[in-house]
Design a protein around this ligand. Structure first.
Ligand code: IPE
Ligand code: IPE
Ligand code: MG
Length: 244
């Protein structure tokens, strides 16, 4: 009876958690290691976090893996990051398929190395009928670019006479974003203590609860995730209405 009551009083987890995985470089630097080691440990943290989200009943996890601005990094680091993405997709895909994870990628994939484009397409194909956690990976993603592309699509349709510009509303606009069909994030977590959005999901985060935590991404644990979710539950989401 008590267990049932405790279960009943436990708030349901946020439907959609988004994460800006930051601090791999500083994690490595603090240990006198090369940045790539931080990124490798960051990939391990991704693997753990996917599992923890499934255990906690989160339905959608969206992670920022590589921003459209990350090309500004030295070519060797960009190569290392692409190499890790390649490794992750090759090594983890079978397990993700078995776990019922549905994978989706947002961002401009055309600029990625050909074999990574193939792996990304394959991951989406192989998991398209999965009904467990939806894992969305933002890869070569920029929120402003995504919004500009949606505007281009709408403008093209209007010019072709398929759409009356007066009919464009938030729903038609959101339908043209790369995240079409995904619910908006309920909770955004950024690690490493930085408190900014860095061009992530600009449209979609309009009413998301933001939680910034000091831990570096390679150190991110299930406890950090649970703490962030508890913090989320303490917040009152008002969406512009009066407090209740
Ligand atoms: C996050 O860690 C990984 C990516 C942005 C790809 P960083 O590499 O940004 O780590 P810091 O911010 O330099 O510590
Ligand atoms: C944001 O982190 C991008 C990713 C986590 C992939 P950055 O480390 O690139 O962001 P800034 O440069 O600190 O804003
Ligand atoms: Mg960073």
């Amino acid at each position: 009876m008590e267990a049932a009551a405790a279960f009943a009083s436990k708030p349901s987890p946020p439907l959609h958690v988004a994460i800006i995985m930051d601090g791999n470089g500083r994690w490595a630097k603090a240990r006198g290691l090369r940045r790539i080691v931080g990124h490798q440990q960051g990939a391990e943290a991704v693997r753990r976090t996917v599992k923890h989200c499934r255990e906690l009943g989160v339905s959608y996890l969206t992670i920022y893996a590589f921003s459209s601005e990350n090309w500004k990094r030295p070519p060797t680091e960009v190569d290392d990051l692409m190499g890790l993405m390649r490794l992750y997709l090759r090594r983890e895909l079978d397990e993700l398929v078995d776990a019922g994870v549905r994978m989706r990628f947002i961002g401009d994939r055309h600029r990625l190395p050909d074999d990574i484009i193939a792996l990304v397409n394959q991951a989406e194909q192989r998991t398209r009928t999965s009904s467990g956690l939806t894992l969305t990976v933002a890869l070569n993603y920029g929120g402003r670019r995504e919004i500009v592309e949606a505007a281009q699509h709408l403008a093209r349709d209007a010019a072709a006479g398929l759409l009356d510009p007066g009919d464009i509303d938030e729903k038609t606009f959101a339908d043209r974003l790369a995240t079409n069909g995904l619910p908006e994030p309920d909770l955004l977590i950024r690690t490493s203590g930085e408190q900014r959005i860095s061009n992530f999901l600009l449209w979609q985060l309009a009413y998301t609860e933001l939680v910034f935590i000091p831990a570096m991404w390679p150190d991110f644990t299930k406890q950090h995730l649970e703490d962030a979710i508890n913090e989320f539950h303490r917040r009152e989401r008002r969406y512009g209405a009066s407090s209740g």
